[in-house]
Ligand binder design. Structure first.
Ligand SMILES: Nc1ncnc2c1ncn2[C@@H]1O[C@H](COP(=O)(O)OP(=O)(O)OP(=O)(O)O)[C@@H](O)[C@H]1O
Length: 377
């Protein structure tokens, strides 16, 4: 199947809970850019969904379409079955938290949190009670009278979150809310948002380009590639069963090999895979079942380094490639090696350092290989 023949909508592999939000065959064009076309997505009640993809793939545009700031040229957006495509943003029961916090600088923490409630003309006492509740929930008690300029980045983002939660939205939309925070604070706020979302049972859609953030926060991850849904699944599914070479690489299996697959000589259903210059490997369980050119992806930690051997016999269960260690580094916990092989440079992690210049064999077990037909091959 050529990429253009692939379905636009990836089938979720896990059942969606009671649907709360449905984006149905939506198309969005901005200026001359067709951002996405015929895109469908269902989000269940109480679910935390991450929209993950590289810069420019359309994550923010999809979120803004859901929020009502972008009007799709075709398709509908529904909440609990009700068509809200033409409803303005403030009538959708959603709250959006931005990357830049977007707090009112002249207002105090309490006024910022209570802003949406004031717009809804709630009685003062009710606003004060709700603000106090939210401030306590988010660990902001005691800071209510401060202005945003007198807060840390993490505290500001919690105020922005508080302002969103104060209006009790059906759906919380998070547009890279953590990307302006430094790495350590980001981990804390990430956990706080996750815990809060689960405690309140609120439905959340979170835009991020950070794979780990999506993995640890979301129930399901939607991986977008140039306006198309490349895969929808739980973190384990997209990590362990990537649906395409793109998803495999995006989920960290960045080593890429062109392989040739043929039937194993024994005729027992196994495939004989061979990388350029490598020993043929007899492999049982990988896709594709059909012989031909294919692309394999694997993670740097899935491979092993061994002393070079002259073996040219087919090996069972793993690919073997001769190589020479180039650059060696220590990212922490393991040693990372760039290994030159006839099939190209590969990155391989190992518990010990192999000095630069070592002649090695790279072994890649079939359990760590993600193999896909090579459409271009
Ligand atoms: N107002 C606009 N006019 C024209 N094109 C736009 C407009 N806004 C966004 N685009 C284009 O639409 C595409 C998707 O943009 P979008 O901001 O949704 O991507 P993204 O995945 O959120 O990226 P990032 O992670 O960089 O924020 C990009 O090619 C972008 O250049």
């Amino acid at each position: 199947m050529k990429p253009s023949d692939q379905p636009l909508v990836a089938t979720p592999t896990t059942p969606v809970r009671q649907p709360l939000l449905e984006v149905d065959r939506a198309s969005v064009r901005l200026g001359n850019t067709q951002v996405f076309d015929n895109l469908s997505l269902t989000v269940g009640e109480g679910e935390f969904v991450a929209l993950l993809g590289s810069s420019g793939c359309g994550k923010t545009s999809l979120l803004r379409t859901i929020a009502g700031f972008i009007q799709p040229r075709a398709g509908t957006v529904r909440v609990r079955g009700r068509d809200i495509t033409s409803e303005p943003p403030d009538r959708r029961g959603m709250a959006l938290v931005f990357q830049t916090y977007a707090l009112w600088p002249h207002m105090t923490v309490a006024q910022n949190i209570g802003y949406g409630l004031k717009l809804r003309r709630l009685p003062r006492a009710e606003i004060a009670a709700k603000v106090a509740e939210i401030a306590a929930l988010l660990g902001l008690s005691g800071l209510e009278e401060r202005k945003p300029a007198a807060l840390s980045g993490g505290q500001r983002q919690r105020v922005a979150l508080g302002r969103a939660l104060a209006i009790s939205p059906d759906i919380l939309l998070l547009d890279e809310p953590l990307s302006n925070l430094d790495a350590r604070i980001r981990l804390t706020v990430r956990q706080e948002i996750s815990a809060l979302q689960r405690r309140l049972g609120i439905t959340a859609i979170h835009v991020t380009h950070d794979r780990e953030e999506a993995m640890v926060m979301a129930d399901r991850i939607v991986i977008l590639d140039a306006g198309r849904i490349a895969q929808i699944g739980t973190p384990e599914e997209v990590y362990n069963q990537p649906a395409s070479a793109f998803v495999a690489a995006f989920m960290g299996a960045e080593n890429r090999l062109r392989l040739n697959a043929g039937p194993a000589t024994e005729g027992d259903g196994r495939l004989r895979l061979q990388a350029q210059g490598g020993t043929p490997a007899l492999i049982a369980t990988v896709r594709p079942a059909v012989p031909g050119p294919c692309i394999a992806h694997f993670r740097s930690e899935a491979a092993e380094l061994h002393e070079a051997s002259a073996a040219a016999e087919p090996t069972a269960g793993f690919l073997a490639l001769p190589g020479e260690v180039g650059q060696v580094s220590f990212p922490g916990g393991f040693w990372r090696h760039v290994v030159a092989t006839p099939a190209g440079a590969l990155v391989v992690d190992a518990p010990k350092a192999w000095p630069a210049g070592s002649k090695v064999d790279v072994h890649i077990p079939q359990t760590g290989l993600f193999v896909f037909p090579d459409e271009q091959g």
